[in-house]
Design a protein around this ligand. Structure first.
Ligand code: 2AM
Ligand code: CA
Length: 284
């Protein structure tokens, strides 16, 4: 056991307990602010939103994490300038940290702003670049998804398991439309055109982290999306892999913190999903 782990044990709180506590506290507060947020600002474009609730929830999580683990590094969506280049730079500067917390205080901010009840708090802890704890919390349904590396994943204490579909034809697949019109949108449209006729149906709920949690819990057969950030995916990636599924980039390379174009499935349909997305250059 490393000295750092000893320190966390002396404090009486495991990494996972702190992650759960942060997600639950932030989630409860976010829920009270639904329909009451007072400031709305645009980040990258009119589709990229931020409110005082995103910022307040991130501050709350950051201070709780750093109270328990003052020497850990922290990467949160609201601490990074908007845009893909700034995100990549921010990740690069911390990705080799011994312990790195990766936080999206509100994943699904557009939904939050519109009162569409599908958003989540996403908190991951990476050890030397590998995710070891992943927590996604949906405050509207009070659903907590928790994974620990090597120990499985749980939804409210019940073991989480990916679904059993083996063909795209039986699959319910989710995707998302990040605000980038130049790069992500055309690729997404191509992917949709290729996939819609082949799958049972498509959903686009608006929270990448919750989509990943739903793949882990067997409620979705798979999910793909272009142009995401580490904080959208880190916690969900561990949920999916610890539930028996597979997570890769859209070309099929294994997930790492730098992956922005993601495919996450129950494993059985992974290759088929990727091959359809790659047809007609849909996979870039
Ligand atoms: P967010 O609400 O935390 O911003 C929906 O397609 C997904 O895209 C959501 O998970 C959303 O996360 C994410 N998203 C929104 N704006 C984004 C941006 N500028 N870059 C990357 N992902 C974004
Ligand atoms: Ca967010």
């Amino acid at each position: 056991m490393s000295q750092e782990q000893n320190v966390s044990a002396v404090g009486g709180k495991s990494f996972t307990a702190v992650a759960i506590n942060c997600a639950a506290k932030a989630g409860e507060w976010i829920k009270t602010k639904l329909g009451n947020h007072t400031s709305l600002a645009l980040k990258y474009s009119s589709k990229d939103l931020v409110t005082e609730v995103d910022k307040g929830a991130e501050k709350m999580i950051r201070s709780l994490v750093l109270t328990h683990f003052p020497h850990h590094s922290f990467l949160g969506e609201e601490g990074v300038e908007p845009g893909p280049e700034a995100s990549a730079r921010a990740l690069q500067s911390v990705r080799d940290a011994e312990y790195l917390w990766i936080v999206d205080p509100v994943d699904g901010t557009t939904n939050f702003v519109h009162g569409f009840p599908f958003f989540s708090v996403s908190i991951a802890l990476a050890h030397k670049g590998e995710v070891i704890v992943g927590v996604v919390y949906d405050p509207m349904r009070d659903e907590l998804f928790v994974a620990e590396k090597g120990k499985g994943a749980y939804v409210h204490g019940k073991r989480s398991q990916v679904s059993e579909e083996t063909t795209l034809g039986e699959s319910l697949i989710a995707t998302g439309f990040p605000p980038d019109q130049q790069f992500a949108l055309p690729l997404n449209m191509k992917g949709l055109q290729a996939l819609v006729p082949q799958v049972r149906n498509i959903r686009a709920g608006g929270s990448a982290a919750l989509h990943m949690a739903y793949v882990a819990a067997g409620r979705l057969s798979g999910f793909w999306e272009w142009g995401l950030n580490a904080w959208d995916l880190a916690a969900g990636s561990l949920l999916v892999s610890e539930s028996g599924g597979r997570v890769s980039d859209i070309k099929g390379n294994p997930y790492d913190l730098g992956v922005r174009h993601v495919a996450a499935t129950n494993g059985h349909i992974h290759d088929e999903l990727i091959s359809v997305l790659q047809k007609d250059n849909a996979a870039g």
